[in-house]
Design a binder for this molecule. Structure first.
Ligand code: WTA
Length: 644
């Protein structure tokens, strides 16, 4: 099956990149990557021009990933200074608060001044090049300001999603050794308050090396301030100079760390560097969203995730776009929120996650159709596979059948979009991320690592580097190479399964490792398991993904209690709340099944394959269970399934 085809149609008429352009660029990038990237790299301004583009080997002996290695630039200057002459008075960011219509607009000139002020504040607080700064903020303009101010002075930001617990925050602060944390008194989400400052206080009890906490006033709540450590953002910037020269950064100097879940152990600090990331986010934003001057671009992702980094902040601002920062949720005050906001602000491109689309689809078309949505030109999807039904609804109801959908596949590790249709160049198939961008070489491999040609299904690797690729795991070079380049030597392994159809279109089938994609958010099964076993009544836990109508995947936990403990409904609730407190609401198990034992091989390895099947509700055809130490465990698990 190759899927229903939606031809490019009207989108092609004024698209900047036609199908012929795409094919030509793809061929150029494949045959002479050096020439292609020498040219493409010029989409950003360089302080010192690079003399070569690509310096890469994926092999162990001479492993290295370097792009534009001798160039110097500053990404904050690319997002701000270079626009001042032409579009200083244009709105750079429209902030849309949690309460409908609570709006703030900031022009490029104002944003430049604010970033310079905060950059001076950081310097005054002793922050220097390559120091780490943790940002734990809601979706407010100050989050973008703090990121850009770090980039301006050469500090490395580590943004931590505001939904993470004090414990998760502490781990991420310790992990990268930040001495400064930027936070807010409280966050607002769907009418509720999030105690951000209180969470920071709790986290910092375990992070004595943090010297300063800068606190933005978001709600004006009365929060305790620790003298000598905590300072108000507004007081600091009021006294700071609105001018601050940007540091010339080497292309391979670190830009940011972003923690993301992997299949094993603690979340890893994905490190991105300056030049390649700048080029990748700038060019992919321009091409995939076919952005035109004066348009309004709205990516609903939080800056705590990579999508917020690349397509709320850096990509749009580097292109001189007007970007929307949304501090609310699609269901508040009602299910029409997104469409009311699209109309009120005049949004041209909406970029959101399948989870949101599926959740809104359930509420009925009325919420959508009562708003005009005339301003919309393009729709985007990201974070997880979009099922064809949701795609169709997005296309037919939200886009009135006239807006192309760009289903963009990428990862925290890839820095920006790798596989996606280009509006005007690519015929669409619902559920397929379609074709690789120029310079991206996807390959599908079988379990033995052999590359499969033509239509095929297997594991998705990328055969060669692209500028936006992550460069390291912060503080653990070994883990970087080990995680991504040893499963299939010589290739970057994505952790995703994938199918390629007869037209060469790619269909991502989901993670093939122990990562669960819950509402487009990555959760490592190991993290949830270690939270569960930290509970005093729990002996062992195994966590797998399960299909979920709205979230894509839900979290299914199998729990064994300590001897003498009794499994009760109350304990089940308590454990779910426990994980929520330990990690954050995104990690809350959707199902939790008590079991006297887990299915283990004789060598003591948990057979997750069986647990996945049971979580999926597939209780027959569990495959070969003869290697289990105690095959009777399986029958018990199946019998108890309904209780989760
Ligand atoms: C999944 C988010 C199907 C995939 C940008 C990937 C997708 C993981 C898509 C990365 C898509 C992302 N279709 N699956 N369009 N986009 N994914 O690091 O499993 O939060 O490996 O980056 O999300 O999640 P991450």
């Amino acid at each position: 099956m190759t899927g229903k085809l939606y031809p490019v149609g009207d989108a092609a008429s004024d698209a900047r990149i036609t199908r012929a352009d795409y094919l030509r660029r793809y061929a150029e990038a494949a045959t002479d990557p050096e020439a292609y990237w020498m040219r493409e790299g010029l989409c950003v301004d360089w302080i010192r021009p690079y003399t070569r583009a690509k310096d890469v080997s994926f092999h162990e002996v001479d492993f290295r990933i370097r792009w534009f290695p001798d160039g110097e630039l500053n990404l904050s200057a690319n997002c701000l200074d270079r626009h001042l002459a032409e579009r200083g008075d244009q709105v750079a960011i429209i902030w849309e608060g949690d309460e409908q219509g609570d709006e703030r607009r900031i022009s490029y000139r104002e944003l430049h001044a604010e970033v310079c002020r905060f950059a001076n504040v950081l310097k005054a607080q002793g922050v220097r090049r390559s120091d780490r700064v943790t940002i734990y903020l809601p979706m407010i303009i100050e989050a973008a300001v703090a990121m850009l101010a770090c980039a301006r002075v050469g500090a490395i930001h580590s943004v931590v999603f505001g939904g993470f617990s004090p414990d998760a925050l502490a781990g991420r602060i310790q992990g990268c050794g930040s001495k400064v944390v930027v936070t807010a008194d409280q966050g607002c989400r769907g009418g509720k308050r999030i105690p951000l400052k209180a969470n920071v206080d709790e986290a910092l009890a375990r992070c004595p090396e943090v010297e300063r906490v800068v606190v933005v006033r978001r709600t004006g709540a009365d929060v305790p301030m620790t003298p000598g450590r905590d300072l108000w953002y507004d007081r600091l910037v009021a006294d700071a100079s609105p001018e601050c020269p940007s540091e010339p950064m080497g292309a391979e100097d670190p830009l940011f760390i972003l923690y993301t879940s992997g299949s094993t152990g603690k979340p890893k600090g994905v490190l991105h560097t300056t030049g390649g990331y700048a080029v990748w986010t700038t060019s992919t934003f321009r091409d995939v969203f076919d952005y035109r001057d004066g348009e309004l671009f709205w990516c609903t992702a939080d800056v705590g995730w990579v999508t917020g980094h690349s397509y709320v902040v850096y990509g749009p601002l580097a292109n001189g776009a007007t970007t929307v920062m949304f501090d609310g949720v699609p269901s508040y005050p009602d299910h029409g929120r997104l469409w009311e906001t699209v109309d009120r602000l005049g949004v041209n491109t909406l970029y959101t996650a399948p989870t949101a689309i599926r959740a809104l689809m359930r509420e009925g078309d009325e919420w959508v159709t009562r708003h005009s949505r005339r301003s919309l030109r393009l729709l985007g999807s990201v974070g997880e596979p979009i099922n064809p039904e949701a795609w169709d609804w997005y296309h037919r109801i939200v886009g009135d059948g006239r807006c192309p959908i760009v289903d963009t596949w990428w990862q925290t590790e890839t820095g920006g979009i790798l596989i996606s249709p280009l509006p005007g160049a690519t015929d669409l198939k619902p559920g397929s991320a379609c074709l690789p961008l120029p310079g991206v070489r996807p390959v599908i491999v079988d379990a033995d690592g052999d590359e499969l040609d033509g239509p095929a299904e297997g594991n998705l690797c990328i055969a060669d580097s692209w500028p936006g690729q992550m460069r390291n795991v912060w503080g653990d070079d070994q883990r970087f190479f080990q995680t991504y380049f040893t499963t299939y030597p010589g290739k970057y392994f994505t952790g995703d399964g994938c199918r390629r159809d007869a037209d060469g279109y790619y269909w991502i089938t989901g993670r093939v490792d122990d990562v669960i994609n819950v509402s487009g958010h990555r959760m490592g099964t190991a993290e949830v398991e270690s939270a569960l076993v930290a509970h005093r009544q729990v002996s062992e836990a195994a966590v797998v993904g399960m299909p979920h109508d709205v979230k894509g995947q839900g979290i299914y936990a199998f729990v064994t209690l300590n001897a003498g403990e009794v499994a009760t409904e109350r304990l089940r609730d308590e454990l779910r709340q426990w994980v929520r407190r330990e990690i954050g609401p995104v990690a809350t198990p959707d199902a939790l099944q008590f079991t006297p034992a887990l299915p283990k091989t004789r060598s003591g390895k948990i057979m997750r394959r069986i647990l996945r099947k049971i979580a999926e509700g597939e209780t027959s055809g569990l495959g070969d269970t003869s290697t289990l130490a105690d095959p009777a465990v399986v029958a018990q698990l199946v019998a108890d399934r309904g209780s989760a």
